[in-house]
Design a protein around this ligand. Sequence first.
Ligand SMILES: C[S@@+](CC[C@H](N)C(=O)[O-])C[C@H]1O[C@@H](n2cnc3c(N)ncnc32)[C@H](O)[C@@H]1O
Length: 478
Amino acid sequence: MPGHPDPVLTPVEWSPKGEAIAWPEGPGRHKVVVFGGIPDEQARVRVLHRGRHQSHVRFVEAVGRPHPNRRRAPCDRYFVCGGCPVMHLDPPGQERFRLHLVRRELAAAGLDEAALAPGGVWTAEEWDYRHVVKLGVGRSERGRLRVGAFARNTRDLVAVPDCPVVTPALRRAMKVVAHHVIDMDVFPYEPATGRGVLRYVVMRQSRATGHILVTLVAGRSSRLLRALATRIQEGHEAVVGVQLHLNDTEGNAIFAAPDGEGAGFSRLAGQATIEERLLDVRLEVGAGDFFQANPVVADRMAADLREAFADLRDRPVVDLYSGVGGFALVLAKAHGFAIGIERFPGAVERARANARLNHLDAEFLAGPSAELLPRVAQRVKGSGPVVVVDPARRGLEPGVIEGILALEPAALAYVSCGPRSLARDLATFVEAGWKPRRIRAYDMFPNTAHVEMLTVLEPPTPPVPTRRRPRRRRVRPS
Ligand SMILES: C[S@@+](CC[C@H](N)C(=O)[O-])C[C@H]1O[C@@H](n2cnc3c(N)ncnc32)[C@H](O)[C@@H]1O
């Protein structure tokens, strides 16, 4: 890069993380990652880190006409926090960015982008939408205790008390937690030395009830934590429970193996779960369980999923990566019966309880999808089930696609938060003769680089009429 302290460059492409990429020395040579940049917009940038092969810079100002989709990011922590890398794009710009990410991955995997559903990206409110926050506990440069978000590309903590994308009640909860952690001098845990106590604070708010469940993630147990929990609960009327999760592992994972045996959650104050809702299904959600952070978009996806299988209501449902059972139970209501597979035993317990709570006929098996699919195949043999998968960002692990094909499904819906792994897995289904009929994109996390997708696939041959009902163990309503 030129020696000027604030060089000028023109990015040419997007990174998957929402930064703009420039190649000032020619394609494939020195890469410059521009936070706050936009491809095709000439900009003055400030160098943050200069490496041998790659530099990191941040946008300062447009040179000439600003990009038509540029706006001033309405958050004073935009550059330091980095949690919302495309907040500098207006909503149409963000939509174009997300569609571009999906199209690019489909094309790279040799797939036809015509499968993308018309109508763009489905989006809801772009502010106050986040119902989950994950905060770190550490110290500022001056050694002061701090509870905040991790800064972009570092482990430094940034206080984000006015974060515009979380719900107003969670904003207030963040302030209450930070106040009491600092007031009580609860030291941050240091994995290397084993000193200190608190590592992370995770909070989830239910859209259905407004209740908040707080999880204190600590490196070791301490009497201070119970006192802190009481203060947090007394300091915010929506906090109905505070859980403790012990995690003394090295590395940056918030939860120590949440899918392991006895995942290490215990109650410090109040309730252990909160009630959420997906469409008209009631769901108890625990502290370590996965549940969508944007319940409005989750509802829309569940409704689209139900609609996608509307002609196949006589078929049983198999839901892989079922979490606390949301999609499985919405579909069990329409189809009469569902089997879910989920690796985290705690979430399976909640899913079973949720089936009883809603008086629905559904079973949930605990373990990895690849391992349990053959057992499910025996159960649903000949019934031509409809299958839903909603894996983590890395997509379907080895053995899962073969296991799904062995079920001889009448249709498949793939819910994904990773355009690259989705495209890779779709390509494998396409090789097996399946047709992606419709890929719909959702803006689950406005202002971030995330995109959620629901793809409906049709089998190589039209579904045969159901020959038999699945073998089932009835779940008795409680
Ligand atoms: C993206 S979440 C989806 C959860 C659920 N469908 C929902 O919308 O709430 C992925 C889920 O898969 C589970 N999981 C991860 N790896 C798994 C595996 N190999 N087999 C089964 N479940 C797995 C996680 O514990 C998590 O609950």
